[in-house]
Design a protein around this ligand. Structure first.
Ligand SMILES: [Ca+2]
Ligand SMILES: [Ca+2]
Length: 231
């Protein structure tokens, strides 16, 4: 073989690289989680005295106004009760407000994003006020912040019975037009005393690996054309 790599070896390489893209051997990439970008609202750590604290630096208030009627805080105890977090010891407590976070990783064409978050009234002292939660993942054009393409929108309603429930949603593959755009996650509630914890934003299928697998196909096609032309 003057070309060094036999057709049989080339076919094997294509098969292996193709499988490489399909098998989630490296697991999901975590963009927000209990220990990543404060997805569990554990930071800053609260002392035993404080009941509530303003939203930490990793998240920004949607509505900068203060109570009443706008409220964003971290809660650990309410009226002397023990923690009711679904993950860790603290959770997000909001009223008529929202928070958002722009993730350092940018949107990647072909990637699928998964969002999961626990919602409900973790603060059992505030039951009796039904809640509507909106979970939104957007791609934002870095050169024009007003240019926004929605990737995930989830709206859930909670009867407020002190039980944590889990929302989960998945995006369609990101279009090439949004490749490199910023990713912004927003959690918002109209009212009343709504709690969120354990936010997880992940990329279940690393698009780069899938593209690596598909990328070997044109190589094989070119090689076949070359072989046919010189035979
Ligand atoms: Ca937590
Ligand atoms: Ca409520």
């Amino acid at each position: 073989m003057k070309n060094g790599i036999s057709n049989k070896k080339m076919v094997a390489m294509v098969l292996v690289s193709g499988l490489w893209g399909l098998v989630p051997a490296f697991g999901a990439i975590i963009l927000i989680g209990p220990t990543t970008n404060n997805g569990s609202f554990e930071s800053p750590v609260m002392g035993d005295v404080a009941d509530q604290q303003t939203v930490p630096g990793s998240w920004t208030k949607t509505q900068p106004g203060t109570w009443p009627p706008y409220y964003v805080g971290l809660s650990q105890y309410h009226n002397g009760e023990r923690p009711h977090a679904s993950e860790g010891t603290q959770f997000l407590l909001m009223n008529n407000n929202g928070i958002y976070q722009t993730i350092s990783a940018t949107a990647m064409a072909g990637s699928i994003y998964s969002l999961a978050a626990d919602y409900g009234n973790g603060d059992s002292g505030r039951t009796g006020n039904p809640d509507t939660y909106t979970f939104t993942l957007d791609a934002v054009n870095p050169s024009n912040p007003g240019d926004v393409v929605n990737l995930i929108t989830g709206i859930v309603y909670n009867i407020d019975d002190s039980t944590w429930r889990t929302y989960s949603g998945t995006s369609a593959p990101v279009d090439i037009a949004q490749n490199g755009w910023n990713l912004r996650l927003t959690l918002s509630v109209p009212a009343i005393w709504s709690t969120i914890d354990n936010v997880n934003l992940t990329v279940p299928e690393p698009a780069g690996l899938l593209l690596l697998g598909l990328g070997a196909l044109p190589v094989l096609a070119r090689r076949r054309r070359h072989t046919a032309g010189t035979a």
